[in-house]
Design a protein around this ligand. Structure first.
Ligand code: ASP
Length: 335
């Protein structure tokens, strides 16, 4: 049974949504998951705003693929968001390097990893899917492809990100440690892993997903996490459902996390139980590591039932359909 400690209830019109910080919406309560389609769900508090954008496509009867691309472009463009898109914190050498992938109802998928100078990696990933015979482009090749497709080549390192990076350099001595960076720069938010993973089911019942991130702040140059890797950061099977992940990507990759969640749903587990089982595998494989990291999974099945589970408390996810816009916190975690 899906169990949540907190949820938010937003006005359907959402007129004041943009003016408010999502955390202000959190109130104690619990509800059963909605199955009304179309529906869109996404990771973390900023998923509220991303869902709202995706909903514009879904409510008109549009395709889930278009909805998820449009939705995740919102945090990608947000200058205050230092974990996704154009204002993402750089790697340890000062390069802003972004990862993203997208997957549709036909099993088509596209991905870019360690792409630099392009503000919307999700849209590049979509074009990799639609205009090339490949699934994944990385680094300079991904940037070159984006420029050829008409994307603007930009310096993405913002003065704020540069300042944070230079601060980090003073103490971290070029030795990135998972989570430490984010703990330093967001006091009070211990596990600030803020990839956006989004899953949508459109009015026709088709499922698509998108996932985009700047990855771990101050990572090694060239490091790629789970987020652009189909099966790890995102997986969709139109017969079963979809899953996405956030948190320390290395542990998700080791367990092919999102594919695992979808396969567990295929075997009959609810979305929440499938996410919980995937989290358990991560803990079982590396119990000492798992104590100090965050990984969260979010999933939806073909019926529109959704669920999430994370190693640590603090994970949130946003849900939007015709009935509601909620920000939810999984009810349990292992630590
Ligand atoms: N999963 C992302 C990565 O490892 C980071 C995150 O979600 O915080 O790159």
């Amino acid at each position: 049974m899906y169990n949540r400690r907190k949820f938010i209830k937003l006005s359907a019109a959402g007129a004041s949504l943009a003016a408010l910080s999502p955390s202000k919406f959190v109130q104690a309560a619990a509800t059963a998951p909605a199955a009304q389609l179309p529906i869109v769900i996404s990771t973390w508090d900023f998923g509220v705003f991303a869902n709202k954008e995706a909903w514009k496509t879904l409510e008109k009867g549009g395709r889930a693929l278009d909805a998820v691309e449009a939705g995740v472009r919102i945090p990608e463009a947000d200058m205050k968001n230092h974990t996704v898109g154009r204002a993402g914190y750089p790697d340890r050498d000062g390069h802003v390097s972004l990862d993203a992938c997208i997957m549709d109802e036909f099993g088509n998928c596209g991905s870019v990893a360690a792409i630099e100078h392009i503000a919307h990696p999700i849209s590049v990933a979509r074009l990799v899917m639609e205009k090339t015979p490949h699934v994944m482009l990385v680094g300079e090749g991904a940037t070159q492809f984006a420029v050829e497709q008409g994307f603007k080549y930009e310096e993405l390192l913002t003065p704020e990100s540069e300042k944070a990076w230079k601060e980090w350099l003073k103490t971290a001595k070029y030795s990135p440690v998972m989570n430490i960076e984010n703990k330093q720069h967001t006091p009070g938010n211990k596990y600030n892993h803020d990839t956006i993973g989004m899953l949508a089911i459109d009015a026709k019942g088709n499922i698509s997903g998108a996932c985009t991130t700047s990855g771990m702040a101050f990572k090694l140059h060239g490091r790629v996490g789970d987020s652009p890797i189909i099966g790890a950061g995102l997986y969709v099977d139109n017969e079963v459902g979809g899953a996405t992940s956030t948190g320390v990507g290395e542990e998700v990759i080791r367990n092919v996390g999102s594919f695992l969640v979808v396969e567990l749903m295929r075997q009959g587990l609810s979305p929440e139980d499938a996410c919980k089982e995937a989290v358990k595998r991560i803990i079982k494989k590396k119990p000492d590591t798992a104590k100090n990291i965050q990984v969260g999974f979010l999933a939806i099945n073909k019926k529109g039932e959704y669920g999430a589970f994370a190693i640590q408390p603090g994970f949130s996810f946003a849900v939007c359909n015709a009935e509601k816009q909620d920000l939810l916190v999984p009810g349990k975690s292992f630590y």
